[in-house]
Design a protein around this ligand. Structure first.
Ligand SMILES: C[S@@+](CC[C@H](N)C(=O)[O-])C[C@H]1O[C@@H](n2cnc3c(N)ncnc32)[C@H](O)[C@@H]1O
Length: 295
């Protein structure tokens, strides 16, 4: 797994675009904010909703903060699982937030969602305002997830819960296996690390939440496995979520000299074989829940 960590690259760019708000990070957001990425987030959320949202249902009337809501892909499922909850969704990207509002209103018109442009490190809310906080695929993009967790803990009321869902690219198991496919996945991990994130964060959630002062921290791996007997998962998970995410960093991988076009294309071709007849793909997500102590 160490072959994936590659934290030595320095790909930091200049000021963040208007999407990033220029608030706190030094580098580009690895997935970007393209229409393709918005579609990928929607495919990902819809394909994995049963797996990832199972067990998350908030009482009617409770105040729930979703941080890093992006284009609203998870907000839709939060609202569906918790009818009557009062959701507040924030993201630092104004454009994503506008898309999220439109997306959620079209799919869950009765949902109660308030939208705010904000950086999760500097939330415009008072101490203990929320019963629950939810973050999905966000901490993995932050240079200091511990600092982010402290900011989320501040706005939670004592006894309130924090739910964090992250992936971990070290959990990928492929058939047919291919060193070339693992190499391109490694490039995605390296680029995310160079942008200040960590695509291997899932495995670290338990100590992270405990160190940030949460009690009763429980982490449960949520394993996704796709083969020809599950065509919807092959399409939704293997192709449209995972392969699409790796393919999206092609230009960054080439321009930074991580690989050549020929090596990249060979790795992607091998990765695609896992979504063909006879191929299989396995990935583990990690879902953590912690409680803010009463005193
Ligand atoms: C991979 S997307 C996930 C979006 C959504 N949670 C989902 O699962 O579909 C990560 C999101 O986190 C947002 N984000 C990253 N850093 C942030 C920060 N410091 N404050 C607020 N949002 C942030 C990005 O703008 C992006 O929309």
């Amino acid at each position: 797994m160490d072959r994936l960590t590659g934290r030595s690259l320095d790909l930091c760019t200049g000021p963040l675009s208007r999407h990033g708000g220029g608030m706190n990070t030094k580098s580009a957001y690895v997935h970007g904010y393209s229409p393709q990425e918005a579609r990928r987030l929607g495919d990902q959320a819809d394909t994995l909703a049963g797996l990832l949202h199972a067990g998350t249902a908030y009482a009617a009337g409770s105040r729930v903060l979703e941080v890093g809501c992006g284009v609203g892909a998870q907000t839709v499922h939060l609202a569906r699982s918790s009818p009557g909850a009062r959701i507040v969704a924030i993201d630092r990207s104004a454009e994503s937030l506008a898309q999220a509002q439109e997306y959620v209103t079209a799919r869950e018109p009765w949902a109660s969602v308030e939208w705010h442009i904000a950086d999760l490190h500097d939330l415009p809310f008072g101490v203990g305002e929320f019963h629950h906080v939810f973050a999905c695929f966000v901490l993995e993009h932050l240079p200091d997830p511990g600092r982010a967790l402290a900011a989320l803990r501040r706005v939670l009321r004592p006894g309130g819960t924090l739910t964090v869902i992250e992936g971990d690219h070290g959990s990928v198991v492929l058939h047919p296996d291919s060193i070339h496919a693992h190499e391109v996945i490694g490039h995605q991990v390296r680029l995310q690390a160079a942008a200040g994130g960590n695509a291997l964060l899932g495995r670290a959630l338990q100590p992270l939440l405990s160190d940030a002062g949460f009690d009763q921290v429980m982490v449960r791996p949520r394993t996704a496995y796709a083969d020809a007997t599950r065509p919807a998962l092959v399409d939704g998970l293997t192709r449209k979520t995972f392969i699409a995410m790796v393919e999206a960093v092609r230009d960054q991988a080439l321009s930074t000299g991580l690989t050549t076009a020929a090596d990249w294309d060979r790795g992607i071709a091998d990765l695609r074989l896992t979504a063909e007849e006879g191929g299989t793909f396995h990935y583990t997500f990690f879902k953590a829940v912690g409680v803010k102590p009463l005193a």
